[in-house]
Design a protein around this ligand. Structure first.
Ligand SMILES: *Cc1c(COP(=O)(O)O)cnc(C)c1O
Length: 421
């Protein structure tokens, strides 16, 4: 395996190639193949970008047909047939059946682009600079989004330029059982001397991804929505990782029965691993002036095509949603078993998650790394999350076959035993 050029030329900033130091050549469904012909089951799936697996045949066909018909690839934000079909299908298949009425801002193609646009829109709409965000939140690494991201490693990478415009509140569970952290937020909002500048918006992940697979309680989310309404604050759900079916509903906030004012999606939105993002907003919030927020890659035609095909193929009924919930229970059960075994071995562990966004908190990043490194040796790609990388996380494709899912879980269980006993 030839890796010298990769190691020599690519910046030290690279990350995933350190955990999975091989050269991949092919990928199909939930499986990756490397140059040596070794196969791996993929429980990382592009950190939640490949909900429909690698190279799904239906999506691939739609893309190939589009390319060979000389469909527009780039067109700034000029109207294209692909753009129109995307918006039409988003409205008909995703929004209307859920009783949602949103306008769509097609931003630059990464998650952080969408978050930047979302928080800026909130500021413009409310005329206030502050955004409330939560401990362990991850919302991207460009300056505006970074201000709402908790992780010190990313925050220190500004070289000392202060991040501005965000105030952190404790996420659900942050103070341990028995404390409703929203008591604190609500008290500050009502206290003229509490020191909190009234925010334009609150940005929240319903299940924190990079922060360690922390699901907010559904009652907590409901209460957060109520607090926002009562204080004229916009509720922004960052559904970049938890959305597109990951938790067992298309939008992760559906579980709580809440309706955010603004929603961000990216990662699995293109359905095919292509860069793509959008911001959804209540129509009356669309305060943008033409061209006030721009970008060269606003809506990617090839991503419109695969996203549209995915809406049509997967989201016309609730089959996928039910399947995600069923597979989520399989992962939950096995993770609970692994966590119990680890606890017995003297590594206190617990499992948590929602749908197919699940993790085992093993309490220590080094222990988690030992297990995931062994798993890679055994043919499973799986990563960690959390403030010290202490959570082993499963983000397998939603469409993974039961055989691959069970094999992946077997490998993980065996790897924990090999690494720790
Ligand atoms: C990944 C992620 C982002 C940032 O997306 P990028 O494409 O990496 O910029 C923002 N928010 C959440 C919740 C994410 O998981």
């Amino acid at each position: 395996m030839q890796t010298q050029i990769l190691e020599r030329m690519e910046s030290e900033v690279r990350t995933y190639s350190r955990s999975f130091p091989t050269v991949f050549t092919h990928a199909k469904g939930a499986r990756l193949t490397d140059e040596e012909g070794r196969e791996y089951i993929d429980f990382l799936a592009g950190a939640g970008t490949l909900n429909y697996g690698h190279n799904h045949p239906k999506l691939q066909q739609a893309l190939v047909d589009y390319i060979t018909s000389d469909g527009l690839v780039h067109g700034l934000d000029m109207w294209s047939e692909a753009r129109r079909s995307y918006l039409e299908t988003l409205e008909e298949v995703i929004l209307k059946p859920r009783g949602l009425d949103y306008k769509v801002h097609l931003t630059g193609p990464t998650g952080t682009n969408a978050v930047e646009a979302a928080i800026r829109l909130a500021r413009v709409a409310k005329g206030r600079p502050n955004i409330v965000t939560f401990t362990n939140g991850f919302h991207g690494v460009t300056m505006g989004a970074l201000a709402t991201t908790g992780n010190r490693k990313f925050r220190e990478a500004t070289g000392g330029i202060p991040t501005q415009g965000a105030s952190f509140m404790p996420f659900d569970g942050y103070m341990g059982d028995g404390v409703d952290t929203l008591d604190y937020f609500e008290k500050l909002l009502g206290d003229k001397s509490g020191g909190l500048d009234t925010p334009a918006g609150v940005i929240v992940e319903t299940v924190q991804g990079e922060g360690g697979i922390n699901p907010a309680g559904l009652d907590w989310l409901k209460r957060l929505e109520g607090i926002c309404r009562a204080h004229d604050i916009l509720l922004i759900v960052d559904d970049i990782q938890a959305g597109c079916g990951r938790t067992g509903k298309f939008f992760s906030f559906e579980h709580a029965g809440i309706v955010p004012d603004i929603v961000t999606n990216s990662k699995s939105l293109s359905a095919y691993g292509m860069p793509f993002a959008h911001v959804l907003m209540r129509p009356e919030l669309d305060k943008w002036k033409p061209g006030q927020y721009n970008g060269t890659f606003r809506g990617f035609n090839m991503a419109f095509v695969t996203a549209t095909a995915a809406f049509k193929h997967f989201w016309q009924d609730d089959k996928l949603e039910r399947d995600v919930q069923r597979k989520g229970r399989i992962v939950e059960e096995r993770f609970a078993k692994i966590a119990a075994w680890m606890t017995e071995q003297g590594y206190p562990s617990s499992e948590r998650g929602r749908g197919l966004m699940r993790g085992i908190d093993v309490g220590d990043g080094e222990i988690a790394d030992k297990v995931t490194a062994k798993a890679f040796e055994n043919g499973l790609v799986i990563e960690t999350a959390g403030q010290s990388g202490q959570v082993i996380k499963c983000l397998c494709p939603l469409v993974i076959s039961d055989e691959d899912l069970l094999e992946g879980l077997d490998i993980l269980e065996r790897s924990a035993h090999e690494a720790l006993s």
